[in-house]
Design a protein around this ligand. Sequence first.
Ligand SMILES: CC(C)(COP(=O)(O)OP(=O)(O)OC[C@H]1O[C@@H](n2cnc3c(N)ncnc32)[C@H](O)[C@@H]1OP(=O)(O)O)[C@@H](O)C(=O)NCCC(=O)NCCS
Length: 210
Amino acid sequence: MVPVRLTGPRLAMREYHHTEGDVDALHALFGDPEVTRYLPFGPRDRESCADQIELYLEQAMAEERDTYRLAVTRLDDARDPQDAPPIGLASLTLGTHRAADLGYVLARDHWGHGYAGEITALLCDFAFRTLDLHRLAARVDVDNAASARVLAKLGFRLEGRARHDQFKDGVWSDSYHYALLADEWPGPDGRWHGNGHGDGGRGREPGSGG
Ligand SMILES: CC(C)(COP(=O)(O)OP(=O)(O)OC[C@H]1O[C@@H](n2cnc3c(N)ncnc32)[C@H](O)[C@@H]1OP(=O)(O)O)[C@@H](O)C(=O)NCCC(=O)NCCS
C-alpha cells in the first residue's frame, strides 16, 4: 500500500491506524448521535468502530484501491500528524469512468471553523490531480444545510433532488445530489476562479430551482 498523506493550511489527512487512540477517536465521532444524524447509519459502539478501522486498512491494502477512508488531524496539535488524534474522517469511493463519491464527518467540537471546506478542497485536489478523476459527487440530506453550503462554496453544482433515497429508523428522506467536474476545479495556482454562475463562488443553493 502507498499510504496517503495530504496536508492543507490547518489540517492533515492520513491512513487510520489500528491503535487504541484511533479507535477512541472514531468512536467519539460515530458514537455521537448528533454527528450521525444525517448519515445513513445510527450511532456505533466502540467495537464496531474498531471493526471499521480494520476494514479501512483492508481497503487501503487492496491491489486496486477504490476506497479511501482517511483520518483528519489538526496541524496545530503538538504531535506529528501521524500520531495526532483524528478529529474527523474524509472519504472517497471510486466508481466507474473516473468518478467518485466524497464524504466528510467532523467531531462536534470542531464544527463551525471551516474545516469541512478544507477537507473537501484537499479531497478535490487529490481526486483530480493525483488520481486523475473526472467527476466527484456528493449526496447530502436535504436538511443538512451546513453540508450543502460546504459543497456550494467550493463550486459543486446541485444536480437534483433524489426522493426517498435514504431509509433510516423507519423514515424515508430525500437527498440533494451535488457534483464537480475536473475542469471546474482551480488550476495549478490553487486559486478558486469562480463557479460560472456569476455569484461570487457561492454556487446554487438548494431550493433555488435546481
Ligand atoms: C456538515 C459538517 C461536515 C460541516 O462542517 P464544518 O466544518 O462545521 O463546516 P464549515 O465550517 O466548513 O462550513 C459550514 C457552512 O455552513 C453554514 N452553516 C452551518 N450550520 C448551518 C445551518 N444550520 N444552516 C445553514 N448554514 C449553516 C456555516 O455558516 C458555514 O457557511 P459559511 O462559511 O458561509 O459561514 C459538520 O457539521 C459535520 O461533520 N456534521 C456531521 C456529519 C455530516 O453531516 N457530514 C456530511 C454528510 S453529507
